[in-house]
Design a protein around this ligand. Structure first.
Ligand SMILES: Cc1cc2nc3c(=O)[nH]c(=O)nc-3n(C[C@H](O)[C@H](O)[C@H](O)COP(=O)(O)OP(=O)(O)OC[C@H]3O[C@@H](n4cnc5c(N)ncnc54)[C@H](O)[C@@H]3O)c2cc1C
Ligand code: FES
Length: 287
């Protein structure tokens, strides 16, 4: 059992959990993820290690409540509470070589997983340009953390309520045209965003790494659930990724596979919501 030492809500669907796990905090490297199971009955879900603090012995997750398991965590996980299982760190750590100038791109929830990579590049002495995108200013989080490590930070919003009005791809284009000597772009966010980031950098020939989020089951390379196609070859994102060369990823296949269980996912969510409603009714009648 792992204690939740902090919870912070960024919006009505996005929240942060900081969990005590000194061994994991010691071992974690940028780009890695964990498999989480809230309690014995829960599904195992992969979540990125969005931050780690070796001194405090904690790891941080930023979660978007979109279905049964993540909504259950949103309701159940409070500071002082516990998470039953945390397995990891899993996946290949991101390759933080010695580039001179990088652009780290995060879209929506992708802002959290790109942060450890961005900080690691800065610590290696790179000139770091952050490009982060949100629908509007109310959804912005970790601006201060990014400002601490970025030489330049471009915030992009759909409505222009903060930063530039536009998509992260506009921020990437602006930066590449301004600098002309970008060594690498790292882009993390929804698959459609990563696809268009890769298409934006392709004509400039700038290496672009993306972090893929296919459906994962065991996380050990045994089940094949996380199969993705990269450069025409089958790869298992849990053990060979999640980072891959964005110019070689078959994003359409990834998006297709992510939607395979929509009906079952909806059924699981509806069943859980019904159970929640019944519990509330029972509590109401007891009071
Ligand atoms: C390496 C990796 C890192 C991730 N990091 C984060 C993160 O830091 N924060 C975050 O909020 N989400 C992250 N995700 C996605 C997260 O795992 C899914 O949102 C979660 O499993 C959804 O479960 P659910 O029951 O709430 O929703 P469901 O209704 O079951 O699913 C909603 C959608 O989530 C995806 N999904 C469902 N089950 C899985 C699964 N077992 N593995 C992967 N995707 C799934 C599918 O696209 C599905 O349509 C990551 C996924 C991967 C593969
Ligand atoms: S999650 Fe099973 S092989 Fe990757």
């Amino acid at each position: 059992m792992y204690e939740i030492v902090k919870r912070e809500d960024f919006s009505d669907v996005t929240f942060l959990l900081e969990v005590k796990h000194p061994m994991m905090a010691k071992a974690a490297k940028p780009g890695q993820f964990i498999i989480v199971r809230l309690n014995e009955q829960s599904e195992r879900i992969p979540l990125t290690i969005a931050d780690f603090d070796r001194d405090q012995g904690t790891i941080t997750m930023v979660i978007q409540a979109i279905g049964k398991s993540t909504q259950e965590m949103q309701v159940e996980c409070q500071a002082g509470g516990f998470i039953e299982t945390l397995v990891g760190p899993m996946g290949e750590p991101s390759h933080i070589a010695h580039p001179k100038k990088v652009i780290c791109v995060g879209g929506g929830l992708g802002v959290a997983p790109v942060f450890p990579q961005l900080r690691a590049f800065k610590e290696q002495g790179a000139y770091v340009i952050g490009v982060i995108g949100f629908r509007n200013k109310d959804l912005v989080f970790w601006k201060d953390k990014f400002e601490q490590y970025c030489d330049e930070l471009i915030i992009c919003t759909d409505d222009g309520s903060i930063g530039i009005k536009g998509l992260v791809t506009d921020g990437i284009k602006m930066s590449i045209e301004k600098h002309g000597d970008i060594d690498e772009v790292i882009a993390i966010g929804p698959p459609i965003m990563m696809k268009f980031c890769a298409e934006t950098t392709r004509p400039y020939g700038v290496k672009t790494m993306v972090s893929l989020n296919p459906i994962m089951v065991d996380g050990t390379g045994m089940c094949g659930g996380c199969r993705v196609t990269v450069d025409g070859k089958k790869r298992f994102a849990c053990v060979e990724g999640p980072d891959f060369d964005g110019h070689k990823v078959d994003f359409d296949e990834l998006m297709n596979r992510l939607g395979r269980f929509k009906e079952d996912e909806k059924k699981a969510l509806d069943k859980w919501k019904k159970h929640q409603d019944n519990c509330k009714l029972m509590k109401g009648s007891e009071a």
